[in-house]
Design a protein around this ligand. Sequence first.
Ligand code: HGY
Ligand code: MN
Ligand code: MN
Length: 416
Amino acid sequence: MSPATESLRVDGHRLWRSLMDLAAIGATPKGGVCRLALSDLDREGRALVTGWAREAGMTVTVDQIGNTFMRRAGRDNALPPVVTGSHIDTQPTGGKFDGNYGVLAGLEVVRRLNELGIQTEAPVEVVFWTNEEGSRFVPVMMGSGVFAGAIALEKAHAARDTDGRSVREELLRIGALGDEEPGARPMGTYFEVHIEQGPVLEQHGIPIGVVLGTLGVRWFDCTVTGMEAHAGPTPMAVRRDALQGAAALMQEVVAIAALHPPHGRGTVGMVQVFPNSRNVIPGQVKFSVDLRNASDALLDAMAQDMRDGAARLAAATGLQVVLEPVSSYPAQPFDAGCIDAVERAAQALGHASLRLVSGAGHDAVYTARRAPTGMVFIPCKDGISHNEAEDALPAHVAAGADVLLQVVLAYAGRAA
Ligand code: HGY
Ligand code: MN
Ligand code: MN
């Protein structure tokens, strides 16, 4: 007689070991992971995870943007699957848990169901989405965005990194250009387990976050153009210094966030200075703008503030200022039924939980357009992520996967 659902737990040690084994691919000296989307290291990570999936008796399907679906058959495979997963591409100074945890927690749920001899009514699928981070290629959350029909496949394939390599070329090069049309496969429900990447759960001493939805995001590239000139003979009054102008506008990005509390966020994460020579007055600066907030109305207001700031800078300095939208997605609430199921599962397992909004974007933002979607958060050390110091407690890693096991069974059902 297989054990009652509420008594089920994953094998936390095996999950932790898998996390550390995957983290070894792209490991950095400071203890983080650098495994950029569609790099050789991504190819290695994909091979490791799909190898584990096949060992667990799963079939593997890759679509035309490289999204990879690992499927465990149910008793009735005509039913739409319960899908879980996340991403295995990382930031350049990423950590061991962002994304990777959600994929490997899903794999651990399958390994555990196998061990316990539990057959689900509906099939269960574990997915890793291509290029969630948007660090090497934009737009961000590319694979899940194509799957949901929010990003055109042709546009995604044509995206190029700073070396001019396209997504399509790189998918081909690493053998991840699959045949399946993105979005063609059914999805019954989607659950994603992820570290919070912020300080709230840790500050409250609570192990499980019940995620209500995510903030909306607007990404821009801002290019400020002046004129290169010699740093010595050129008097200060006649300079057309692109970096000084850009620096003033960068301050406005942060000020705009403060004008739209409490969820307003403003970040400049990437700056390119041309010609980037110490004794040349910069002629051009290109920098990224990441604005976030909890509603589209607030995001519209922040974006308008940004455009007004750019216009003011141009008028005051004579510099050319171009603000180009790069990527955006609206604030995304999750499915009420999924939210309640996560909260019930935490309760059944005896874990305190807290309802909260995600400041970070996740592939769940796009799956929510295709199927009822929920997310489970666990704390991360000091709320730090997108940093090589990213860390989490083994007990929390196991607890999040236990909650996932419960909600997967709640939605997939157990075959008699
Ligand atoms: O940008 C984000 O929020 C996510 O990490 N891609
Ligand atoms: Mn992530
Ligand atoms: Mn991330």
